[in-house]
Design a protein around this ligand. Sequence first.
Ligand code: PXL
Length: 271
Amino acid sequence: MPHCADSAPTPRIPVGLTIGSSDSSGGAGIQGDIKAMASIGCYTATAIVGVTAQNTCGVSDRFTISVPMMLAQLDTVCADIDIDAIKIGTTWSADHITAIADWLKGRSVPVVVDPVMVTAAGASLGDRRAISALRRRLLPLATIVTPNLEEARLLIGSIDATPRQAAEQLVASGVSAVIVTCGGPAGGEWYADTESSHEVSRPGHWTGAEHGAGCTHSALITGFLALGMDVRTAAETATAHTAAAVRDGLRSVGQGVHPVDALNLASRRLS
Ligand code: PXL
């Protein structure tokens, strides 16, 4: 029986659904997504595609959830909960990507695709078939794609493209909108859609606390879309929030690339 509290109705909270993998260190992947969406008032449902054994120094092992179990999570969540935006992160295999693309058919919510292929810890996720399925099946469904520069270059097959060239080429190939993230202290990200192509400047921080920055950025875009923002504003606002999460990064956590702090935990300490 559903629990019915004897109190006034609460306002509807926007819901993001993230499809991706667990990062046991807590900074990136599904865990990072939940924190990022929570930081802007968005509830997060999840469908776990894989599990990594990982800390801030690297990935030591990984396990992939079966396609039927992944689909069971998606169907069960959506049979009950109305979803306002979907993020797709680490998807591991062509079979998972194809199943997600089929499952997405006929759904009219915004979709953010973070084509995770190279992690901040230097680990490589996904194989050639997966990259090809991503390109053919998922990118055409995306409201916005959020590769880092290395991933964008892999997607367009050009190892020395600039952020601008990579973004514009992805849009020319049929992607609706893209923001190529560059990381580091210099410059900003590059946004392109069919109407505009411009740099999204941000304060540069090279803090050693970038673990989860990419996931946080794409999850924030998903959350802002769930809140009703337009794509370009969502991408720009997420960029500013992510820069703050890197600036405030948790340098006391772990000994490698420390996690970003999307929730501004320091300000929440009780003592
Ligand atoms: O940052 C991309 C990413 C996505 N998903 C998982 C990860 C990472 C990076 O560490 O671990 C599970």
